[in-house]
Design a protein around this ligand. Structure first.
Ligand SMILES: Cc1cc2nc3c(=O)[nH]c(=O)nc-3n(C[C@H](O)[C@H](O)[C@H](O)COP(=O)(O)OP(=O)(O)OC[C@H]3O[C@@H](n4cnc5c(N)ncnc54)[C@H](O)[C@@H]3O)c2cc1C
Ligand code: SF4
Ligand code: SF4
Ligand code: SF4
Length: 404
């Protein structure tokens, strides 16, 4: 039932060997297809075997799932956007999807906007404490670990260390905080990410709480996830044990440590901005956005942006056409349209050709709004975005104008 926890692994040796932590996730995806509970699976695989180029793929033949087993730490494909754009938001088929917490949160936000049909989705969540930007990861491996990127076959973040595994079976580790001080390490949004266990998914899977490399800790987070997982046990698709009290405690402690680390990064990221006067802030952001080339990359990548005809298009008559950098209304419109729902996925900043720290700004505003309205984007599909939700009490106040 919902809330139950397990230690799980695949009964199939080939899957367990190729997988990251015993292959429970691949086994569940396989069961979902074979039992016809879903018509397709969305997972991530290394394109042409290149682990620095992880892409979302649609799989319908259970035999092909083996290609997706394993964790790619240098890839952050935009899974929510992929589901919405290329799979009609799961309105026409039942789909199982793997999702890191930011992917799962973006899926929830899209479902709130009726862009994804949650009833048709089975979200298999993966715990996560960070992904590395692909190009920078190669420089990191070359310059700091002094290894050829092609020789790296696996990465892991464990406590404060980044560990890499090499072709010859050896491992190298370095202090993650030190690497990040030098400008290497995780994507900026990952450093400040406080959602490391995807409890908004149907099932949350991760290595925390396990004592070996061959099993995964599972938490059943919804009734749908629990029914599915129990059917997989009954069908012999997965082997399970009960986690010990120590295992549950250890997972909790690792999560708490990751949250504390993220909060420190948030303080650091936001401190300089917070200390500025209003004029200084305006001048700082005006300078940043003076580099904008109006490529629309940030909008097109953002899983929260979904309007059919965007306000930023010239035909809406809002933003003066033909200007680069665009009028300040351009970033202002984008920011105000998503700042109550930003899930800190960092896709906008990754897409920005001019390295403008947009995700930092929007997430900072999102945290402020969240604190006022007691709202955390991506956690609960029934919690509507605060800037579009007006309580009866607010509507009843005199002298307050509310326009929709
Ligand atoms: C980037 C990343 C960071 C992680 N960090 C932690 C952590 O800090 N703590 C923790 O407890 N667990 C973490 N995990 C989860 C852990 O590594 C295992 O994925 C989990 O225990 C399941 O193991 P498995 O053998 O059952 O998975 P497998 O059977 O190997 O299946 C792994 C699944 O992950 C998908 N996948 C691989 N890379 C990505 C990606 N970049 N984005 C989305 N999906 C992907 C694959 O498509 C596959 O379906 C992380 C996973 C990833 C992908
Ligand atoms: S934002 Fe969070 S969930 Fe997403 S990749 Fe980074 S650490 Fe993982
Ligand atoms: S604004 Fe950026 S960080 Fe926030 S949800 Fe959109 S793409 Fe993700
Ligand atoms: S991605 Fe960057 S350069 Fe492109 S429109 Fe957005 S802010 Fe401007």
């Amino acid at each position: 039932m919902k809330g139950d926890m397990y230690i799980a692994r695949s009964p199939d040796k080939e899957t367990a060997d190729k997988a990251e932590c015993g292959g429970a996730v691949t086994a569940l995806l396989k069961f979902a297809l074979e039992s016809k509970k879903v018509e397709a699976v969305v997972a991530v695989k290394a394109r042409d075997g290149n682990r620095y180029d992880g892409v979302a793929v649609v799989i319908t033949d259970p035999k092909d799932l083996i290609e997706t087993a394993g964790s790619l730490h240098c890839a952050s494909p935009n899974i929510a956007r992929f589901l919405k754009e290329y799979l009609d938001g799961a309105f026409n088929s039942k789909i199982a999807v793997v999702a890191k917490p930011c992917d799962a949160k973006a899926i929830i936000e899209l479902a709130k906007r009726n862009q994804i049909k949650l009833d048709n989705l089975l979200i298999i969540g993966l715990n996560c404490t960070g992904t590395l930007p692909s190009a920078k990861a190669k420089s990191l491996f070359k310059e700091q670990f002094e290894v050829e990127p092609a020789d790296v076959v696996g990465e892991d973040i464990e406590g404060n260390e980044l560990i890499i595994r090499l072709k010859d079976g050896s491992e190298k580790k370095k202090d993650l905080a030190e690497l990040e001080e030098k400008g290497y390490g995780r994507r900026e949004n990952c450093r400040r990410c406080e959602t490391n266990i995807p409890v908004m998914a149907d099932i949350a899977c991760g290595k925390w709480g396990t004592t070996d490399k061959d099993s995964t800790f599972i938490e059943l987070c919804s009734d749908k996830g629990a029914d599915f997982f129990e059917a997989a046990i009954e069908g012999g698709a997965i082997k399970v044990d009960q986690p010990s009290g120590n295992a549950v405690e250890s997972r909790k402690k690792k999560d708490q440590a990751a949250v504390e680390s993220a909060q420190k990064w948030q303080e650091k990221d936001f401190a300089t901005l917070e200390e500025m006067s209003a004029e200084e802030k305006f001048s700082y952001w005006s300078e940043q956005f003076s580099h904008c080339i109006k490529c629309y990359g940030c909008r097109d990548a953002c899983p929260i942006c979904y309007c059919e005809v965007c306000f930023l298009e010239a035909e809406r008559g809002f933003i003066p056409p033909g200007e680069v950098p665009p009028h300040m209304l351009f970033p202002m419109v984008r920011i105000t349209h998503v700042m109550d729902s930003c899930v800190n996925c960092g896709q906008c900043q990754d897409a920005c050709a001019m390295d403008i720290p947009i995700s930092r700004l929007i997430f900072m505003l999102s945290k402020k709004i969240g604190a006022i309205f007691k709202h955390e984007p991506g956690m609960d599909v029934t919690a509507l975005p605060p800037l579009r939700t007006v309580t009866d009490q607010e509507l009843g106040q005199e002298g307050v104008e509310v326009t929709f």
